[in-house]
Write a protein that binds this ligand. Sequence first.
Ligand code: SF4
Length: 400
Amino acid sequence: MGTLASSADVLDASLPAPLLTSIDELRALLPAITDDRAAVMREVAARYQFRLPRFYVEKVLHNDAADPLWDLALPGAAEIYDAGTERWDAFQLPVRVVEHPRWIQKYAYEALLRTTDFCSGLCRYCYLKNRDVTPGVISMQEIDAIFDAAEKSPHRHALREIILSGGDPMAIPADRLEHFARRMERLNGTVNRRITVNIHTREPVWNPQRILSSKPLQQALRRLAPSAYVLHVVHPREVTPELHQAMELLSELGRQRRPLMLIQHPLFRHINDDARIITSMYDLLDSGKVVVKPYYLIHPFPDGTLPHHRLTLLESQRILRDLASAPGSRVPLLTIPTPMGKCVIGPYETLVDRGGYYLLHTKDGVPVKYTIAAHYNPVETRVNIPILSDDSSGQTAPEA
Ligand code: SF4
């Protein structure tokens, strides 16, 4: 079972990241954590690993038990009830460019590479922490095996984008990114239309100093020249001066072809479920030298780990509606992740209750029964969110 495990060798030895891994270390910085709460945290951390960058604790969190961001970053009792039934990676195209556990492909034109199960900080709502994720950091041999297969696949010509994901691809050793860049260049020499790279990361929020100080990482990113960075930022307080510096640096590394800087984030009740909070976050992000585009507003996974922060789909849509009266460049897409793919709904789309579910469609038109339940329900498992039997898209899902 994947645990987003830590391992000392995933970060450059020359750059020991100041990561907190024990509740006692955390309490030294946040003395407002009571003995009772610390006991619960230890119990949860024994099951789901705890890790937070010192930077985030010092610069973002408040030493106040009422800080809403504590729930997202500090172990909490709600996690114990996570049934672990999310199967985001389980439904894939029957025919993929590459057959490899790290290669996730739901669309002919896009593949996602799970480069690691490591992140510098572990979000307590992470949908991957209780799932079957390939452990450890991608090796040079794995990169070669994946790209050797891709170069031979006739389906590679349909591919338009490879997403580097994880865990966090910006937290892996720089030599892997450098090697990935080399192999991307080679792969692109075999296709008529360039396959672009897109990096999904929270490292500039968790641990921006690593990006700002690691020359090998910067060199690898310069060579990789991603078309976009998709930053995971959930709250205005996470927009630190260091995050701005990291964004500027990442943009500068792409001097020949500036990367898009996109923002995506889940929605959480009592944390960022208000268009004013989200707008203020977007404004702060866009106040520096880098143009930042709101990209995805993510409705939480149906069986996410923090039930008390989950919203109904109607509530998420209401937030989008409040955000929609703005220039198009400032409005995100509301996306609903389902095992069958992403569904996107508009601010004024009518959602019809069809007997406990809404009928949504993925961006490829695959129909999805999406539960209406407001809160996490342990029986709400894969069998309750199937591809409909009259699926006419031609895609099939593996047996549950
Ligand atoms: S940054 Fe993403 S992958 Fe990493 S712990 Fe958070 S949600 Fe999970």
